[in-house]
Design a protein around this ligand. Sequence first.
Ligand SMILES: Cc1ncc(C[n+]2csc(CCOP(=O)(O)OP(=O)(O)O)c2C)c(N)n1
Ligand SMILES: [Mg+2]
Length: 1010
Amino acid sequence: MTVKLLVPDIGDFEKVEVIELLVKEGQQIKKNDPVVTIESDKSSVEIPSTFSGKIESIKVKVGDKVSKGDLILNISNSNQSSSTSKVIPKDTENLIQEAENALKKTQEHKPQIKKKEKPEIIQVVKGGDIDPLETNEWLESLSAVIEKDGNQRAHYLIKELINEAYMEGVNIPYTQNTPYINTIPVNAEKKSSGDQNIERRIRSLIRWNAAAMVVRANKKFPELGGHIGTFASAATLYDVGMNHFWRAKNNKFGGDLVYFQGHSAPGMYARAFLEGRLNEKQLDSFRQEVNPGGLSSYPHPWLMPNFWQFPTVSMGLGPMLAIYQARYMKYLINRGLIKDEGRKVWAFLGDGEMDEPESLGAIGLAAREKLDNLIFVVNCNLQRLDGPVRGNGKIIQELEGIFRGAGWNVIKVIWGSYWDSLLANDKTGHLVKVMNETVDGEYQAMKARDGAYVREKFFGKYPETNELVSSLSDKDIWRLNRGGHDPHKVFAAYDKASKNVGSPTVVIAKTIKGYGMGKGGESVNTTHQTKKLDIDDLMYYRDRFDVPLTDQQVKNIEYYKPDQNSPEIKYIKEKRLQLGGFIPERTTYAKPIKAPPKDIFDNMKVSTGTKEMSTTMALVRMLTNLLRDKNVAPRLVPIIPDEARTFGMEGFFQKIGIYAHEGQKYEPEDSAQLSSYREEKSGQVLEEGINEAGAMSSWIAAGTSYTNHDIEMIPIYLFYSMFGFQRIGDFAWAGADSQSRGFLIGATAGRTTLAGEGLQHQDGHSHLLASTIPNCVSYDPTFHYELAVIFREGLRRMHEKKENVFFYITTMNENYSHPSMPKDKSCEEGILKGMYKIKEFNKYKKTKIQFLGSGAILREMIAGAEILQKEYQIDSEVWSVTSFNELRRDGLEVERFNLLNPDKEPKKSYVEKCLGKTEGPILAASDYMRMNSDQIRPYVNKSFYSLGTDGFGRSDTRKNLRKFFEVDKEHVVAYGLSILAKEQLIASKYAKEAIKKYKIDSDKPMPTKL
Ligand SMILES: Cc1ncc(C[n+]2csc(CCOP(=O)(O)OP(=O)(O)O)c2C)c(N)n1
Ligand SMILES: [Mg+2]
């Protein structure tokens, strides 16, 4: 039987050009194999076959224009039915069925609720309880249920009660908060198998060495700084993880990923010292990194590439990066690229840090995507840099509400074990009442004082609580510890967190900032910045933690490391051995990705003829081709913040699917269309929604896959160029520090290509921002072959040669035809180095000018040069500058070499090599601020002028915008003549005439002032 493959519904488009035939007559194909590629003026899409069989005849050819329903080809021997017939997907059908059954059941079983007369007046009594006896009966029933049938049953009953109340019209304001006590009751605490005594001794040594390291550094050089108080508050939180939970990467396991709080770094170094990974000399080089071997102030993979994995110290980045890391881990698993080994992502965060919008900005995603591989630990020491995080409130309760509301599993670790018996004896509930009523400012102040103060200000609030502690001495009261300093409580919390299924977990632990620092800085507002401890403070610290050092050793601020064979060192090593190795440690065993076939790029080196397209579209075409390469295709991670349609990438939805951890539970509205919105568990596109910070976090996760997951991936994040570096600059910096490899594509780039969008969309500076990042290689190509050469080089450098750079490429949305790549052999080299000669006008051999054009403005320069030749008999050479940034980098390096080697033959910068022997002055321009092209000024020994788009953008036609910013071909001509006049190469009257001719208003203010 012969079946006909017709052009499917392609949305709003008609008469779309066939640009590629992907099959031949006689070929055997399978259902879903792509057969042709069609291209509108915005995007290109492959049409897949809806049948299997042998192709009898192909009815279209390249260049044909097709619309919905046109015949593409005939296929024989097919027994498949067309996919265009609307069949409800199996999943959807099941879901509907399930929902209907459930509805039926609830209707059948639901007992009829008799509407009761509601009392008109609701009695409100002070204290909230109008009938304590009745309350007690309810509470006792609840206790009985918990005892008999367990927590789950109690939870169920309460939920039913709330639902019932709601159905009856009682709108109970739902509270996300629980009392100010630990989430895990004492009887449910899982006990640690560790040796508590030895662990305490180890922790004390780590505490001491961490503090000593900071104090020693500052004694030597007071300017170095550092923090003691943060790690002091977090030591137990880290130690329990290190001894019992965090599994390292090795040849059997991928490893848990731990995001350490940036300024707790001294604690990690101090542990590594005991583990034998760092030596005393290295500790003494804390914050002195200029000479090799120094330890970086904070976690910086760039500076300590074998140690740190995640840069976190810019507050707020860690939480988001960790969330997207956990999500990306699931993405790799769901795409079948890594095994599901139950790996976890842990992130340590400060309570002050939680005020960063980014910190909480993605917690919804973590819950929505059920990231049970993610654990946040928020160290609530109640303080940030200046003072209390919430003096008048309670940060723990606030965070509990926010996280629980977002769908997280919340574990509060507020009180240590010394409180257990007090809480058990709190029959009247007054202790919990005081705990609930006391604000953080008070909690902080209490820990800055002593036991007597706590007795008076805390327990003294009610006679019942005073009575509770009547048999305790002030010293006993002082010993009542906080949850985050109690290894038992922390262990129980981590154990529960790591076993939680179906949601992310946040452990909210209460601690004391500067714990153990005594008068020198415990719980005082200045704790954060304490970096020097005097001898008395050090003695106190030693005694507080029983560090076995003599007074003299304390005075010398000596480190303490027990002997290799001591029980402490043996224990610490043994524990890490059991957990697979040391943490943190940064390694990579990823294999390079095999280069894709050359013809993918060579196709882009021939002219597009009359066909016009934007470089954004050329890029998408190229990606479509790369998706056909078996090596590269699975490694591509296209990332888009809700702009796929803007960039003509909607074809990717069908082709590779949008990643959705639960697949697609609905039939998309456009299911009959070729580019239907297809979500899939193994989908490849990360469609991030309107969320540049999230998209960038995904890009960083994918860009560091080679180290965190030992698989080289190629992230390509496409965004409106204005919403790139400017919007998420700090993430880009962290991505660079992380040594991310991948492509950032600033699409619809430039100040004047994006005509109608106006001031907030038109980017005239992203290249300058990109230039601030040392390992960011940026390009502003004009033609498709330049893009191809650059992209291929990016793949080669990053993913074959494993160079730790990333590429920023701007692509435009302006359509024009693209010429063939010049035959000159050095062209490719020039494209990559930053400039090459693209055109030469050499007819008159009298007067000459050099034009340097970049990106969108190169074509204006070529047009200007043509006018100059035709109408003014002026010759020129036109250079395509693909990267002023790269040219400057080369110039800087050469200049430095020459200055440092005055006796050697001077080297020539690449700019000088290109322009040194040319004739005439230089005019350079781009669609960016003049500063972009001005970057190479020092490396040319000629008169140099530049044009650019300095100032605020605004909406108008592209033509008007270029006129406004004085970068159109008319301005190129007028300015060109003026420059030649100034250089006394022609008479000024020509320039004057041109200014008049092109109606250029010389009195118009600079665009920066408009
Ligand atoms: C984005 C950013 N802003 C400011 C700082 C400076 N800074 C470093 S630590 C800190 C206070 C941190 O308080 P918190 O998060 O509560 O951590 P803690 O030290 O109390 O554990 C500040 C303001 C920073 N590192 N990053
Ligand atoms: Mg804090």
